[in-house]
Design a protein around this ligand. Structure first.
Ligand SMILES: Cc1cc2nc3c(=O)[nH]c(=O)nc-3n(C[C@H](O)[C@H](O)[C@H](O)COP(=O)(O)OP(=O)(O)OC[C@H]3O[C@@H](n4cnc5c(N)ncnc54)[C@H](O)[C@@H]3O)c2cc1C
Length: 410
């Protein structure tokens, strides 16, 4: 008798969502994380108005998934910011695209949600799941395959010398996945030589539910709409989360500036489209690296989310791809249970890989193309991208298709 049927290492957004998607099964699931999650730690629970600097643009397909596993009501009740429009433009020319939910008769393009709010909703829904045991804080350090076990079970070990057995091991432990390394999954990866600087800002003008993205020669800058208190109380406090990608030297300069100079630089960089920046929160920078595991599965082991793939945040797709991994893997596990096949069977796990790898690679290819095109300063390429952007903006069919793809409804 093993401790768990499934051990999910990594209780971040993707691992916790996978546990939620399996909460209606008879399987015994262990959700391991090296940090305890407490909803009191989420900035939205604080009495003082404060924000998580890490946010995600949640596509409608991910929102539906979170609703299906019972997490969305708590997320929505805590704090979400729907956005209906997105304006993208080239700093180095006249090209621009305006995406609008109204063009495809949708209510929203998506929701900007703080990562801690997503976790809060997921953990709230897991409280009602009798088959999911949260094991934290434990750092999983190594594992071995059980040699005398016909089903190829696995024994996990933590840094503090505890151990557990499971039939299926899922690595949901993020970009520097320990499980991926220990299981010797090959990855293709390269450094973007870019850092993503994130923070929250208060702007002079309301965002009106529009996300802004300006492509500069140094990298893209995004303003993602957050709480707008003027909508609620007429008090005129408009907040956005920003993601500013730049080379390490530029990012270091932006981090070193005092708040006043940073606010001025940021206002100029977004062409003052939201008026003056009158407050900035603490700034944090993350190195950006593209990474993709050549395989996502081995007998009795599967990788999901950032453990399998990390992409540039410029189109806000990373966790959306991870949620799709979780949804598809849960479907395959349900199917295996139904047909009484062993959970760790390679053929079962390979169906998950086949369903997800092509899609993830496609999205990564599109991001690479964008990144390449906007990094070029040769005149012909600048002309192509500006003409291309404006052309797409005028061609409803292509624009609407792009929008539907990003929303996960194609
Ligand atoms: C600046 C920035 C902006 C982004 N914006 C967006 C966006 O708008 N939309 C979007 O879709 N995506 C976005 N992303 C990507 C998104 O944040 C990631 O795709 C997402 O966090 C991946 O979730 P995950 O659960 O796979 O991994 P993680 O969030 O990294 O979670 C991994 C978990 O595993 C735990 N863990 C790690 N090692 C161990 C161990 N050995 N033992 C036990 N536990 C362990 C960690 O504590 C953590 O809780 C952005 C990323 C960046 C850097």
């Amino acid at each position: 008798m093993r401790d768990f049927d499934i051990a999910i290492v990594g209780g971040g957004m993707v691992g916790a969502a996978l546990a939620g998607a399996l909460a209606d099964t008879p399987l015994r699931i262990g959700l391991f994380d090296n940090a305890p999650f407490s909803s009191e730690q989420a900035p939205c629970s604080s009495e003082v108005l404060s924000f998580d600097s890490r946010v995600s643009a949640i596509a409608p397909s991910s929102r539906q998934f979170l609703a299906d596993i019972g997490a969305w009501p708590a997320i929505e009740a805590a704090r979400v910011s729907p956005y209906t429009d997105m304006q993208v433009w080239d700093a180095d020319g006249t090209g621009s695209i305006h995406f609008s939910a109204a063009d495809i008769h949708a209510q929203w393009l998506g929701h900007i949600v703080e990562n801690s709010v997503i976790l809060l909703g997921l953990y709230e829904s897991l409280r009602h799941a009798g088959n999911v045991s949260q094991v934290s804080p434990v750092s999983i350090d190594r594992f071995e395959r059980l040699a005398d076990d016909l089903q190829g079970g696995i024994r996990l070990h933590s840094q503090d010398r505890q151990s557990w057995t499971a039939t299926l091991l899922i690595g949901a432990d993020g970009p520097r996945s320990r499980i991926r390394q220990l299981a010797d999954f090959t990855t293709r990866e390269w450094d973007y030589h870019h850092q993503a600087l994130v923070t929250t800002v208060r702007t002079g003008l309301p965002h009106r539910g529009t996300a802004l993205q300006r492509f500069m020669p140094s990298g893209p800058l995004a303003f993602l709409p957050l709480l707008d208190k003027s909508q609620q109380q007429g008090s005129g406090q408009h907040y956005c989360s920003i993601v500013w990608s730049a080379d390490p030297e530029c990012a270091a300069n932006l981090l070193a500036m005092d708040d006043e100079n940073f606010a001025a630089a940021l206002g100029n960089a977004i062409e003052q489209r939201l008026g003056s920046i009158d407050w900035v929160d603490r700034r944090v920078a993350f190195p950006l690296r593209q990474r993709h595991a050549v395989d996502y599965v081995q007998p009795n082991i599967a990788l999901v989310g950032d453990a399998a793939h990390t992409i540039h945040p410029l189109a806000g797709q990373g966790v959306n791809l991870g949620f799709m991994d979780a949804r598809v893997l849960a479907e395959e596990i349900h199917r295996a249970l139904h047909s009484e096949r062993p959970l760790g069977e390679f053929a079962v796990l390979r169906r998950y890989q086949r369903a997800r790898k092509g899609h993830n690679l496609g999205m990564m290819g599109v991001m690479e193309g964008f990144k390449f095109l906007f990094a070029q300063d040769s005149l012909p390429l600048r002309w192509i991208r500006n003409t291309g952007m404006s052309g797409i903006n005028r061609t409803g069919f292509i624009k609407n298709r792009l929008m539907r793809q990003a929303m996960g409804i194609l």
